[in-house]
Write a protein that binds this ligand. Structure first.
Ligand code: AMP
Ligand code: MG
Length: 401
């Protein structure tokens, strides 16, 4: 058993949030690349730039259903004095009109259909009236309803860049660029293990002094959101032997996330195992909640020890682990404080807060065991060491949803 206040430790203690992220990044394995079909690409990170194989639109086309004609013929069209044009054919998506639109002529056209030769404007169907072999325009045709070839992107253009997260919009864009498969970073395989004699799985009756394992489920979801392959391990009891046995059974993970067992208590054996039998990269982060977090390695496996308190474990994941795993910076926005936010002299504070309109309000219950606060609050206000905000001041806000 380590007595934390004995000899000075041989590893960094009380690191900053930024240092903690950097140290975790350094322990992670080099990412391999893997080319996957578009249908499997969502949530991954692009490993190389993507160049457009085609232009979009691939031809100049109509943005609306209506008629294509020459704008100059229609400038005086109005509801009172419609302009009549002669219909000479139609252009539909996938089947262009072969001829040329001359003065006084129009071609029926549909959304996405190629603009015929000679035409330069569209009048929408809502502004048209049939008139035998002609058509009446109730307002002028407009060139702004013509989509120019390559107006979105042109063939050969680099449109998506290596490192981009493949959101649904970017997967759709990759498809439009003409890529059936995309080079991606292979997802990190992350094992999740809760620790604690009192931790049991939901679904069983709760005995005296027990608590349902909530951390593992929150972490699992966060890992999936972060594009990782996550595996849930059975919770380990508070005994050095049991912990060692559980760790020895982990195969095929790039990193292990534990929760619990890294604080100052007698039964915090994750801490002891890493200090005595593994390596420690840091212990304790200058943050609240989440101060007890620990990073180390055990027989070549990077181990990030999250605190057991539910709010702490999830906040440490959001602000340290996720940015390190994804390589994406923690994204935040600036909003005005609707309530005061205090700072802590020597810690970065992450206060649970609610965004309403353009303002952010203190959630109130800031205890690290108040699990519903994370669910209700939806945001964290980041208060730097020694900072403070009065009502009306701008603060950094991390959105959780
Ligand atoms: P520890 O960090 O192990 O001292 O745990 C701190 C607090 O978090 C204790 O109240 C634990 O019961 C609680 N806790 C630990 N692990 C979990 C878990 N997986 N789910 C919910 N609460 C937990
Ligand atoms: Mg514990």
């Amino acid at each position: 058993m380590t007595t934390p206040d004995a000899a000075p430790p041989a590893f960094p203690m009380f690191v900053s949030v930024e240092e903690a992220r950097t140290l975790l990044r350094q322990l992670l394995p080099e990412r391999q690349t893997e080319t996957v079909a578009l249908a499997s690409a969502f949530g991954r990170t692009l490993a190389a730039d993507l160049v457009a194989k085609v232009s979009h639109p691939s031809a100049t086309e109509s943005a609306l259903d209506g008629i294509a004609c020459r704008e100059a013929d229609t400038l005086r069209a109005s509801r009172e004095q419609p302009v009549r044009l002669r219909l000479i054919g139609e252009s539909r998506a996938g089947l262009a009109f072969a001829g040329t639109v001359g003065p006084g002529e129009a071609v029926r056209i549909y959304t996405g259909a190629p603009l015929p030769q000679g035409a330069d404007a569209i009048c929408p169907v809502e502004q048209l009236q049939d008139d035998g072999d002609g058509i009446l325009l109730l307002r002028p045709a407009s060139p702004s309803d013509v989509r120019q070839e390559g107006g979105d992107f042109t063939a050969g253009e680099t449109v998506l860049h290596a490192g981009a997260r493949l959101t649904p919009a970017r997967v759709a864009l990759a498809a439009a660029l003409g890529h059936a498969e995309v080079p991606t970073l292979k997802p990190l395989r992350v094992a999740v293990m809760s620790t604690g004699d009192e931790v049991i799985e939901p679904g069983q009756p709760l005995g005296a002094g027990q608590v349902y394992n909530s951390n593992a489920y929150g972490l699992l979801g966060l890992l999936r959101e972060a594009g990782c392959e996550a595996a849930l391990l059975p919770a380990a009891p508070d005994s050095p032997e049991a912990l060692e046995e559980a760790l020895a059974g982990i195969g095929g993970a790039d990193v292990l996330l534990t929760s619990g067992g890294v604080s100052m208590g007698k039964y915090d054996f994750v801490r002891d195992l890493l200090i005595q039998e593994g390596q420690v990269s840091f212990w304790k982060v200058r943050m609240r909640p989440g101060g007890p977090a620990m990073l180390g390695g055990w027989k070549g496996l990077p181990v990030f020890g999250l605190p057991g308190n539910p709010v702490s474990s999830l906040v440490v994941f959001q602000v340290i682990v996720r940015p390190a795993l994804t390589g994406q910076p923690l994204s935040s926005l600036r909003l005005r404080a609707g309530t005061p936010f205090r700072g802590l002299a020597d810690k970065t504070a992450f206060w649970r807060a609610e965004v309403r309109g353009s303002q952010v309000f203190d959630y109130g219950k800031q205890g690290s065991g108040v699990l519903r606060s994370l669910s209700d609050a939806g945001a964290l206000v980041v208060m730097p060491e020694g900072g403070a905000a009065a009502v009306g001041d701008e603060v950094d806000v991390v959105l959780l949803d």
